[in-house]
Design a protein around this ligand. Structure first.
Ligand SMILES: CC(C)(COP(=O)(O)OP(=O)(O)OC[C@H]1O[C@@H](n2cnc3c(N)ncnc32)[C@H](O)[C@@H]1OP(=O)(O)O)[C@@H](O)C(=O)NCCC(=O)NCCS
Length: 250
């Protein structure tokens, strides 16, 4: 059986099911562990996405100023989703604690915004090191219920893999409950190896070294996503201004 390292998604993931091997590793440094698309596609949850389509999704890196919207996003998840995401049904205050402890300097947080600037999907890529000093990451993701089945989860996973490779990381871990079919599929499609431990599964994905292409692709995707976000922000600003002007007359 392959060895699996389980990072400690502090205060968010509980300790149940954590293997002795993983506990013994005491990963250092990180106490957590845990292509451009048209706006209408991001907003209309009912519109089906053709199977196997190459979907360009504006995935951007999130910074400090997105904390509040990350909290709103996570609190919109129901109890079952929170259980899948964190390993237990996190309460609102536990989500607040998780969000306020996010370290944007060390970790990478990716997000997908719709045209109302609602964070409809996000991923947390938490960085750590094994005792031997090998850099590893753990991936956690959530997509709002209305935006599911549109490949956002898969695209976030791919973006995270690319980023981790570009940062010189060799192994990525995902903690998945065994009944979480969608997440199992996402990780499996990318070649992750699973180790099952009761109701829980640990997936690990060996990453190939970065190439010039992965560096350039990530840079271009990030620029496109930032531009997409700015356009949405201006459009929302103007929509809100027009609404304000019209309100006395309606
Ligand atoms: C897991 C999750 C992120 C998937 O997001 P998503 O955007 O709906 O996933 P995608 O659209 O990228 O679908 C990925 C694959 O899962 C499949 N899938 C999606 N929802 C599914 C479901 N409910 N049951 C079975 N398969 C499902 C898709 O068909 C797709 O498979 P395919 O590529 O073979 O067609 C989302 O369901 C979620 O946020 N769940 C709650 C939090 C969570 O479970 N996080 C993961 C643990 S960290």
């Amino acid at each position: 059986m392959d060895k699996v390292y389980r990072l400690n998604l502090s205060g968010v993931h509980n300790n149940r099911g954590r293997s002795a091997l993983i506990r013994a590793l005491h990963l250092r440094e990180n106490p957590y562990i845990s292509r451009m698309n048209n706006s209408p596609t991001l907003d209309s949850a009912t519109e089906p996405t053709p199977p196997n389509s190459v979907l360009m999704v504006p995935i951007r890196s999130l910074g400090e100023n997105h904390r509040d919207r990350i909290a709103v996003h996570l609190k919109a998840l129901d109890a079952n989703d929170r259980y899948y995401r964190f390993g237990y049904a996190a309460s609102d205050s536990q989500i607040d604690a998780y969000v306020s402890a996010l370290n944007f300097a060390r970790d990478e947080i990716f997000g997908i915004y719709n045209r109302h600037l609602r964070l409809i999907a996000m991923a947390h890529l938490a960085f750590a090191r094994t005792p031997a000093g090998v850099p590893v990451v753990e991936f956690g993701v959530s997509v709002l219920a209305k935006a599911r089945g549109r490949q956002y989860g898969a695209r976030l996973f791919e973006r995270a893999v690319m980023h981790a490779r570009n940062e010189g990381v060799q192994v990525m871990y995902v903690h998945v409950l065994s009944e979480n079919t969608a997440m199992l599929k996402i990780a499996r499609h990318c070649g992750a190896v699973f180790v099952r431990d009761g109701a829980e599964s640990e997936a690990h994905l060996k990453l190939t070294p970065a190439t010039l292409n992965t560096h350039l692709t990530e840079m271009v995707e990030e620029h496109m996503a930032q531009a997409n976000y700015l356009i949405k922000r201006h459009a929302k600003h103007w929509r809100d201004a027009v609404d304000d002007l019209q309100s006395p007359w309606i």
